[in-house]
Design a protein around this ligand. Structure first.
Ligand code: DGY
Length: 323
C-alpha cells in the first residue's frame, strides 16, 4: 500500500520498539535481508530513509535505484559498507552510531585478549570433551596478560577505552596511528606513541586493532607484517575483518610467531577462513562487539533519531563526512 508519508526502509528487525516510533510518523517497511531483500527491491524508488546494517553494501549502483533517498542511517560506528563519496555526490546524508558502543566493544576486545592469551575457549572445549584429567604444572600454559606490553593500532574512542582497561592490568600501553595525540591524553591513558607500526609490533606482547577499514588499512596485517610480530604474541581484531589477511593469520598461528588470536570480525562475514576454523589457538566470536542489550538499544535509538531529524528537516545527530 502506497501512503503519502515518507517511506523508511529498516534493514532488519531492531531491538525494542524503535520501529514503532518511526511508524508513528512514517511509513516503515522492514526487510528480512536488508538491501538484498525482495521487500527492498519492491519499494526502492520510494525510500527516503534507509536504516542500514554493516551487512548492507550501499554503493553508487544501489543509490542509482533509490532516487528519493535522503539519509542512510547506519546502525554501526564503522561505515566501510557505505560509499561515502557516492552518497555525497547524490546529496544523501550518512550517519553512524558513535560513542554508545565504545565501552562494549572495548569489553569484548579485552575479553578476547584474555580468552586467547589464557586459552579459555580452548580449555572450555577440552573440559566438555572429557579432556581435563587433572592439574599438572605444565598443563595448558598460556601467555601472561597483566604487566605485558599492549600495542593498540588506532587510539580513537574504542582504542582509548581498551587502553583504560589495560591500565587496570598494569600493562605497558603503546599505540600507533597517523597522528600523535596530545600529551594530556597520552598521560591520562598512560599510552606511548610509536610512529611506526612495525616498531610497535616488534615490542608488543599483544596487539589490538581499532582502526577503520580503508584502502590503506586493508590487509594492514599482511603475511610480511604478521611475520614481524613478536614471538609468542597475541593478536586481537574487533575492528574489521579485511584489515587482517586471514590465510596469513592462520599460518602465523600454526607456524609462529603468534601464540594466539581473538577475532570478532572476518574478511568475508559470515564465512570464516577454513584454516582458522581448525586452529585451536584462535578464539572466534561472531561479530558481537556491540552486542550487549544496552548498546544495541542505544544504537537503534540513535539511528532512528537521525532519521527522524533528517526527514523532519533538522541536521542529524551524528553525520559522517565523506573522506
Ligand atoms: C560497528 O559499530 O561498526 C560494529 O561493527 C557493529 O557492531
Amino acid at each position: 500500500m502506497n501512503s503519502k508519508r515518507p517511506l523508511v526502509f529498516v534493514s532488519a528487525a531492531l531491538p525494542s520498539d524503535w520501529v514503532l516510533r518511526l511508524a508513528s510518523q512514517f511509513e516503515v517497511i522492514t526487510g528480512e535481508d536488508g538491501v538484498r531483500s525482495a521487500a527492498f527491491a519492491a519499494c526502492r524508488e520510494r525510500i527516503e530513509a534507509l536504516v542500514a546494517l554493516v551487512t548492507d553494501h550501499v554503493n553508487d549502483a544501489l543509490l542509482a535505484t533509490t532516487p528519493r533517498l535522503r539519509i542512510v542511517a547506519n546502525v554501526a560506528v564503522g561505515v566501510d559498507n557505505i560509499d561515502l563519496a557516492a552518497c555525497a555526490k547524490r546529496g544523501v546524508l550518512v550517519t553512524n552510531t558513535p560513542d554508545v558502543l565504545t565501552e562494549s566493544t572495548a569489553d569484548l576486545a579485552f575479553g578476547l585478549l584474555l580468552a586467547a592469551a589464557r586459552r579459555i575457549a580452548e580449555g572450555d572445549r577440552l573440559v566438555r570433551k572429557g579432556g581435563f584429567t587433572g592439574w599438572t604444572p605444565t598443563f595448558m600454559l598460556g601467555t601472561r596478560v597483566h604487566g605485558a606490553t599492549l600495542g593498540i593500532v588506532g587510539l580513537g574512542r574504542i582504542g582509548q577505552a581498551v587502553a583504560r582497561r589495560a591500565r587496570g592490568f598494569r600493562m605497558n600501553v603503546l599505540y600507533t596511528q597517523r597522528t600523535k595525540l596530545s600529551e594530556d591524553i597520552e598521560s591520562a591513558l598512560g599510552a606511548t606513541f610509536v610512529a611506526s607500526l612495525d616498531d610497535m609490533l616488534a615490542r608488543a606482547d599483544a596487539v589490538s586493532i581499532h582502526c577503520p577499514l580503508t584502502a590503506e588499512t586493508r590487509h594492514l596485517f599482511s603475511q610480511g607484517r604478521l611475520a614481524r610480530m613478536k614471538h609468542g604474541s597475541v593478536l586481537v581484531n574487533t575492528a574489521r575483518g579485511p584489515i587482517v589477511d586471514e590465510a596469513a593469520l592462520a599460518s602465523a598461528l600454526a607456524n609462529g610467531p603468534l601464540a594466539a588470536a581473538g577475532l570478532d570480525v572476518y574478511e568475508a562475514e559470515p564465512s570464516v577462513h577454513h584454516a582458522l576454523l581448525s586452529q585451536q589457538n584462535v578464539v572466534l566470536a561472531p561479530h558481537i562487539g556491540s552486542a550487549d542489550r544496552t548498546s544495541r538499544e542505544a544504537m537503534a535509538a540513535m539511528a532512528v533519531d537521525n532519521v527522524m531529524r533528517v526527514l523532519g528537516g533538522e541536521p542529524p545527530l551524528s553525520p559522517v563526512e565523506s573522506r
